[in-house]
Design a protein around this ligand. Structure first.
Ligand code: NAG
Ligand code: NAG
Ligand code: NAG
Length: 397
């Protein structure tokens, strides 16, 4: 009996040791800490190569891999994180990534942090500081400047989660989602000063199934800009301003261009922004289109153009042969939009003479200017209104 007991506990012990070592080993194999690859959390030492090496190791892991960035400041130049990777990959960032103050250091790459062709990726947390002020000053001075860099870009990536990211002072756009499928952006805060040039918040283009939930966007350009080839985009709980608003466009710059379809913006607050919800196209021939759009449950606070469609975009009046946009806009619904306009004209619909907007719907709109009724204007547009619509609808069915 004693021998059997001894035998059993011995087996149990071996089993336990085996489990512990297995667990321990798999943990060690799955987490890749940038510090182990030579990163320095001092904000001064260039950690670019350390980050790229960490990524390479994580990316070739046979099991779900975490690239781990601890607290502290890490100086990074232009960094490319390329896939495909062997497994699901999580980039967990507790620290701040800072760009060199000398904007020439990012060169003409156009990107600061670039994820390319990665599937099943999560980027959790992280604070980005691109130190854009020098670059903006260069552009304003009219000196020769590099093209500039977007802070964080995802190209040809599928099944991506970006959560808890914050970014300040991007040189150009903060966050770009380009040619991706199934991307969830959650709880991001993006900041650049009101007068910083072309610092869009989030740019989505050529992508299907992007959701943006919970975003605070204070920028010098569009809070969200939506480019050609965007499909099934859902945005909720968005705070915008200062900035140029949520903009579908500019579209129709190219003759052959993919359309924008099935876009929803729901539960948004715009504060002191140049625009609220905008659709904008060049006055040029194009195959582009915009259809099946819903803007609903939106509060406007002192917004210059709360609701606007502008199809006559042609800066310097150059390159717009017929001064008419080929972009076809249809099935756009504005529902429950309230608050204050900073200009007398709260609703502006200036559609293409050759391709009038069709199927536009207004439902429960209440926008005022200096406590008075605001005005609206319509060119080349057809649609209907229901519920209380103030200013009075100028749509014709
Ligand atoms: C949002 O992200 C911040 C970090 O930027 C984090 O501290 C906070 O807990 C997150 N909130 C939610 C609700 O996830
Ligand atoms: C529109 O997009 C939503 C996601 O925002 C998606 O759930 C829905 O299926 C799409 N509708 C169509 C008709 O594709
Ligand atoms: C401009 O309009 C004319 C007449 O409507 C048309 O024949 C011509 O093809 C247009 N040009 C372009 C570049 O679209």
């Amino acid at each position: 009996m004693a021998i059997i007991n001894h035998f059993c506990s011995c087996l149990l012990l071996i089993f336990l040791l085996f489990m512990i070592s297995l667990f321990g080993l798999s943990n060690a194999a799955a987490t890749y800490n940038v510090m182990k690859y030579g990163a320095k959390a001092d904000g001064k030492t260039d950690s670019t190569q350390a980050f790229v090496k960490t990524w390479a190791a994580a990316c070739s892991s046979a099991q779900t891999a975490t690239m781990y960035v601890p607290k502290g400041s890490f100086l990074l130049k232009a960094a490319v994180f390329r896939g495909p990777c062997k497994s699901r990959i999580i980039v967990q960032i507790y620290g701040t990534l800072i760009a060199p103050t000398d904007y020439w250091a990012l060169g003409n790459s156009g990107h600061w942090i670039l994820f390319i062709k990665v599937n099943r990726l999560e980027v959790l947390g992280g604070r980005l500081d691109a130190k854009g002020a020098g670059f903006w000053a260069c552009r304003k001075s009219g000196k020769s400047c590099p093209v500039g860099a977007r802070s964080i870009t995802f190209n040809w990536a599928n099944d991506v989660v970006i959560s808890g990211l914050s970014s300040v002072n991007s040189q150009l756009t903060h966050l770009v989602i380009n040619s991706c499928n199934n991307v969830a952006v959650r709880n991001v805060t993006l900041y650049a000063p009101d007068d910083s040039p072309n610092t869009d918040g989030i740019h989505v283009q050529g992508s299907t199934g992007v959701t943006i939930t919970g975003a605070t966007l204070m920028t010098g350009d569009d809070c969200v800009s939506i480019g050609p080839g965007t499909k099934n985009l859902y945005m909720s709980n968005i705070r915008c301003g200062p900035g140029h608003g949520v903009s579908i466009g500019s579209l129709g710059r190219a003759v052959n261009e993919a359309g924008v379809q099935n876009v929803t913006l729901t539960n948004a607050v715009f504060t002191g922004s140049d625009n609220g919800v905008r659709i904008k196209s060049w006055a040029r021939p194009s195959t582009g289109f915009v259809t099946n759009i819903l803007f609903q449950n939106i509060m406007m606070r002192n917004v210059e153009n709360p609701i606007i469609i502008n199809q006559n975009y042609c800066p310097h009046n150059q390159g717009c042969p017929n001064q008419s946009s080929g972009v076809k806009i249809s099935q756009v619904t504005y529902k429950n939009i309230q608050g204050t306009s900073a200009t007398a004209e709260a609703v502006t619909f200036d559609c293409s003479p050759s391709n009038p907007c069709r199927g536009i719907r207004l439902h429960d709109i209440k926008l005022t200017y200096l406590n008075k009724v605001a005005t609206s204007s319509c060119n080349n547009i057809g649609g209907t209104s229901t519920g209380v619509v103030m200013p009075r609808s100028c749509l014709r069915s």
